[in-house]
Write a new protein. Structure first.
Length: 247
């Protein structure tokens, strides 16, 4: 049984909008607010990429006041992905892992993505897209990208509102954990669910590409990648799963 809706958090459900995150920016809610839309006309992912939103999939965003420095705000990537993992597990979904820094995988395929935005100082918007019913066409994805999957492909019939009602209390619990105990327990929980830890991956930043072993995540949320020359702390990158030899 899912936990009750978190106290003091508003819930908005729309039939359609351009983007749930953009809609919350326009509304400027005073209270923390989850907004779900059954259809998005202009969904987007990281670095301005288009996020496919076929009918029946999940699109929701959370907006709340947050007066912290950018490095700490970025830790909400781990909070949000853990909360989504918690919510899906509560709904009976197994074989989930987390891909640094914030994707949720099902059977090693991409099920969900998360986008953090600070539209104005002191305000965070967390956007979440999840393939409930239909996975996007893999042909439109970047080469080497993790193939997508839909929850329905594994026999799970979950309505968007049901997922939202499980996700909101799960996020509230993880957010409270971060504020009370710091990043350490969030980091440990995330690493326990991490995809490809101890295996070779590709980390592609805006300026370089590195192939190495995914060793760890540090207390700032940076990926620790070990390659033949040494170890590297990576603050932001696109991650691809490869098995290329070290050279």
């Amino acid at each position: 049984m899912a936990a009750p809706w978190p106290e003091g958090v508003d819930r908005v459900v729309l039939p359609e909008t351009d983007s749930t995150s953009a809609e919350l920016v326009r509304r400027r809610p005073e209270r923390p607010t989850w907004l779900l839309a059954h259809h998005q006309l202009a969904a987007r992912g990281r670095r301005g990429r288009i996020w496919a939103m076929p009918p029946g999939n999940f699109a929701a965003s959370l907006s709340f006041a947050l007066a912290e420095d950018p490095a700490r705000i970025a830790l909400r990537s781990f909070v949000a992905s853990l909360a989504l993992h918690d919510a899906l597990t509560e709904l009976g979904v197994a074989d989930l892992t987390l891909k640094w820094p914030n994707d949720v995988l099902l059977n090693d395929r991409k099920l969900a993505g998360i986008l953090l935005e600070c539209p104005v100082p002191g305000r965070l918007v967390v956007g979440i897209g999840l393939n409930l019913a239909v996975a996007p066409d893999a042909a439109v994805l970047e080469p080497e990208a993790v193939p997508p999957i839909a929850l329905a492909a594994r026999g799970h019939d979950v309505r968007p509102e049901v997922l939202l009602d499980a996700l909101a209390p799960a996020y509230a619990a993880r957010e409270a954990e971060l504020r009370a105990d710091g990043f350490a327990p969030i980091r440990e929980s995330w690493l326990a669910r991490a995809a490809r830890r101890g295996q070779r991956i590709t980390a592609r930043t805006m300026t370089e590409t590195r192939i190495g072993i995914f060793e760890d995540v540090d207390m700032e949320g940076h990926l620790i990648l070990a390659d033949c020359p040494g170890r590297h702390r990576i603050a932001a990158a696109d991650i691809f799963f490869v098995e290329a030899p070290c050279s």
